[in-house]
Design a protein around this ligand. Structure first.
Ligand SMILES: C[S@@+](CC[C@H](N)C(=O)[O-])C[C@H]1O[C@@H](n2cnc3c(N)ncnc32)[C@H](O)[C@@H]1O
Length: 177
């Protein structure tokens, strides 16, 4: 599991579910990769709609293969090849967004958060994780713990509605619009 959240994706998934609450509605997994979050969510069968978006066709191909292996039908997850810099969502349309281990990959993380903020409905929730300095920013841009909430606030979230947790070099922000 490397540097990811202690306990790995299962613990992270549980924490995210607790944060999102009971009425899941329309949930987007932005930068879904192979869909380690969306596939777990689909198996719960508690969402009105799950949207898995990633820039990489290769990742989305693996997501589709994994869905087949796990018996998840294409109707359970809407797969979109897209860029967080230009999200294809109607403003105020999403109930929740998960974005796991991805913000450090985005060319402009604040703009990505701003686009997510706009896509969330009022009361909608964002659970996002990323890696922190002192990891060196050679290929990716790693953040300081202070930067993460500031970026979320610059994206539009109210300061009282932004929570940061750090676990070593793993950072989690939980925001409510
Ligand atoms: C480290 S992976 C994390 C994948 C998945 N969320 C997980 O937790 O396993 C980062 C993902 O961000 C995606 N990504 C990078 N830049 C992106 C962009 N501009 N828009 C959307 N996705 C992007 C990559 O294709 C990759 O799948």
């Amino acid at each position: 599991m490397g540097l990811r959240n202690i306990g790995g994706i299962d613990i992270e998934f549980q924490e995210c579910r607790e944060f999102f609450g009971q009425n899941l509605g329309i949930v987007a997994d932005i930068s879904c990769g192979t869909g380690i979050f969306s596939r777990r969510l689909a198996l719960l069968q508690q969402c009105e709609q799950i949207i898995a978006l990633d820039y990489s066709e290769a990742m989305l191909g693996q997501l589709q293969q994994q869905m087949q292996l796990e018996g998840i039908s294409p109707s359970q997850i809407t797969i979109i090849r897209g860029d967080v810099a230009a999200l294809p969502f109607t403003p105020n349309s999403l109930d929740a967004v998960y974005s796991g281990a991805a913000m450090h990959c985005w060319p402009d993380a604040t703009q990505g958060l701003r686009n997510i903020y706009q896509a969330l409905r009022s009361g909608g929730k964002l659970f996002a994780t990323t890696f922190l300095q002192p990891l060196p920013s050679i290929v990716f841009r790693f953040f300081t713990p202070d930067e993460l909430p500031q970026m979320a606030i610059a994206a539009g979230f109210h300061p009282d509605c932004v929570q940061l947790e750090t676990r070593g070099v793993y950072g989690i922000i939980k925001c409510v619009k």
